[in-house]
Design a protein around this ligand. Sequence first.
Ligand SMILES: [Zn+2]
Length: 311
Amino acid sequence: MSESRFYKIDGNTYIKTTDKENNPLDLDSEEKIITQVGNYLDSVSTVKIKNERDKTAENIEAINGLDGLLKKEILNLGVSAENIRPNIVETIHFLSEEDFCNFIPRAQEIKVGAASSAARGNILICPERFSSEAQIYKALLHEMVHAQSLRILKMGDGMQNYSVEKLGYKNNSFQGLNEAITDLTVFEIIKNNRDVLKNMIGLSDDEFKKIEKNLYPYCPLVEKLVDEIAEQKQESREDVWRSFERGLFSGEIMHLRDIENLKGEGALRLIASLGYSQENDKKVFDYFSVEEANKKELSKYYKQENLEKAA
Ligand SMILES: [Zn+2]
């Protein structure tokens, strides 16, 4: 029988073995290799990058603070503590402008200053690229949500030969949906902890407004769907949104069927196709009657998206 097995590596990370037909290993050897892969993944995410800056005491305090708020949010969604990745802080690396661009060549053309790698499990950030502390930490929190999202890696034929099969909602599709739910989760955390964040990262009321406007172009579409699903199912908006948010960390996707129930067959396929081509996205926006203004945001997104892919 060709069946792949799942091994839990750490908190949110699972490794899927290759199909049995292509997998010559017996169970014992397989488990040994999985342990090695786990150790490798641990070290590759936390290993220092050449020339990376030491984090200041303030950096560490802010990151720990954000990490705590994020974990609290995930627990409140009903995800169990053992499915939360324990060590995020050491996977974050502060780089200079030059080193950030060396690592991510496309960053020379693009303004974005933070990126995460699902394969390496680390986050790179260039503080000089942001106009304020609050913007730095908002971008960091976005990457931290990616880093806490359910991660499934698929093993290849060697210890370091694996590929990312799924991160949050994203597999070969659902890129746009994954980004929107990630950003809306960031916004949820910021909204619910405004006073704490004022002290923690110097988030002023003006900054809060800027962050509020700084959402991905797919966010309004997701919010619209949540509203309409809530109305159709006679449930609270909060409950419907929470199922979308929880899916990022739990991998549950049953609630996505509500999109088909709402809009008819084929609607989910359209949502899955968001985030891969600007032309297609515009058509999907038309289908779901998303406001014209959001189409303009797409070009910004596409520049940024290329950066994330390059990381
Ligand atoms: Zn992202």
